[in-house]
Design a protein around this ligand. Sequence first.
Ligand SMILES: [Fe+2]
Length: 323
Amino acid sequence: MSSRPVANPAVSASDVPAGTPIVAGLPMPEFRRIGVEPISGACGCEITGVDLRQPLDAETLAEVMKAFEQFLVIVFRDQDLTPEQHKAFSRYFGELTELPQAPTYAGHRDMQEVRREAHEPENVVPSFEHFHTDSPFLPTPPKCIVMRALEVPQWGGDTAFSNAYLVYEHLSDGMKTLLDGLQVVYSGKDIWAKNEKLDPDKRLRLRESHDFTEDQLESIHPAVRVHPETGRKALFATSAYFKRFVGWSEDESRALLAYLQSLAQHLHYHCRIKWQKDTLIVWDNRFTLHRGVHDFKYERRHLIRTTVVGERPVGPAARQAGN
Ligand SMILES: [Fe+2]
């Protein structure tokens, strides 16, 4: 396989002064109020100097948002928050949403939990063992997830992320043109029925009832997603809940999707976060893919989260038409 450049080919030498370091595909911004340490060259940073139990002042908040925009995955350590503090911080990113499929946490309808008990097998969630975006079947899939660790294995159980902007930016012009015109059908309608058919120890832990309509469980979205403000484009096609590309057969769709999915595996698009108790991560669910790494055994992993609702995904065609 040929090697690909790590830096963002969308950033030309004329865009930034010579010698400016590029990280997560863009020049490193300046931060004055918070500490920001990039985790890899591709995405993710650790932020220090912020106590999320308190309301954030305007300048600190602006810098947190700048870090989120650039790095897509922001990590805070030692944040011992109550559920109300967790929700209050999450609301800086937008309105919280329930999810039809994810189990709720401790009676909070607007919080979810990800839990694997010590006795449960590694592969309880096969389709989520691949890089994916959460809940793409919704008409307005999540903008971001705010997740905090309550209990984690001593070793392993990381979460890995892949920068979907970089995946797109490294494609050839021909492939970009093809994908720019494609739309994807995502559906979450059959997950409960499919789950019932699995062996009990392989079943997903799904929410048992919800108020979403059938229509809200299936959507058509662009395969390339455009940031509504910056216009930057990212790949938005992954295997979880994927049905087909519009106008393509299922076989054709699966073949192209498998290729696209393979690109997201490249290490030079990734960062990987080691959880500790009270680590809090916010990740952009529009422009990254993620996956839990189930490389641990006989230990409990318990994470809780809020989900912030996003905009309806905008594709290249709609943006060009000014829609
Ligand atoms: Fe996920």
